[in-house]
Design a protein around this ligand. Structure first.
Ligand code: ADP
Ligand code: FDM
Ligand code: MG
Length: 212
């Protein structure tokens, strides 16, 4: 039997509005940690591969008429259904890079004027990230990056509201980055911080106390 090592991986999260560069940086971080031989996996929310994820995908693509609270709970359920697998990955010593999570969940739903505390409640008790890279820029500038696409939330005015809610959610573990900087400049900082966090987390217990 494999002896359970006490060394765990770090939960590294990228958050921010559409087009801020989250997926670009998450992929870069994955590639460079992998090249260094650090055990690492890349995850993305919504996880559109599950049954619940299929419903979310359909909603985002069609704007299909679904109650704001109902879709909010589906996004949350999509995180809960992944929790045990994510936990196993981290406890196995693998670092998890996650592209969007509960903060996006709250930011997008509260931007539709649902109450902030109500939005947070279904995600209470999920795994807590060790660091959140918040990629920040104005919606107006983000929209210039190839323009917004066809999905439901890709509208400037709405994205500005989302950004305001993100600001309210900032915690001690957040690193706010100026997303207007170059990919390379941003990565230099992200790469360094990530290696530091991976070291710091090794002996620490996993946190399952999001918003508790
Ligand atoms: P997100 O995942 O946050 O929506 P992406 O990483 O998909 O954002 O990036 C959105 C677009 O902006 C892509 O075309 C990408 O190549 C470009 N991009 C990403 N980071 C930067 C950057 N730092 N400067 C300029 N363009 C960027
Ligand atoms: N989104 C994402 C939410 O509204 N709630 C959530 O809980 C999450 C994780 O889904 F507009 C929104 C944010 C975005 C859309 O995200 C899809 P990607 O990163 O563009 O796939
Ligand atoms: Mg993305």
């Amino acid at each position: 039997e494999k002896s359970k090592s006490s060394i765990r991986g770090a939960f590294i999260l990228f958050e921010g509005c559409d087009r801020a560069g989250k997926s670009t940086q998450a992929a870069k971080l994955f590639e460079s940690l992998d090249a260094l031989g650090v055990p690492v996996k890349l995850w993305k929310f919504p996880d559109r591969t599950t049954l619940i994820g299929h419903m979310i995908d359909k909603y985002l693509k069609s704007g299909h008429d679904l109650d704001d609270r109902a879709i909010h709970l589906l996004f949350s359920a999509n995180r809960w259904e992944c929790k045990s697998v994510m936990k196993d990955i981290l406890l196995d010593g693998t670092t998890l890079i996650v592209d969007r999570y509960a903060y996006s969940g709250v930011a997008y739903s509260a931007a539709k004027d649902l109450e902030l505390e109500w939005c947070k409640s279904p995600d209470i008790g999920l795994l807590t990230p060790d660091i959140v890279f918040f990629m920040d820029m104005k919606a107006e500038e983000a929209a210039k990056r190839g323009g917004f696409g066809e999905e439901l939330y890709e509208k400037k005015e709405f994205q500005e509201k989302v950004r305001d809610v993100f600001m309210l959610l900032k915690e001690r573990t957040w690193e706010t980055l100026d997303a207007r900087k170059s990919v390379t400049e941003l990565y230099e900082h992200i790469g360094k911080m990530s290696l530091k966090i991976i070291q710091e987390c090794k002996g620490l217990p996993l946190k399952e106390d999001l918003w508790k």
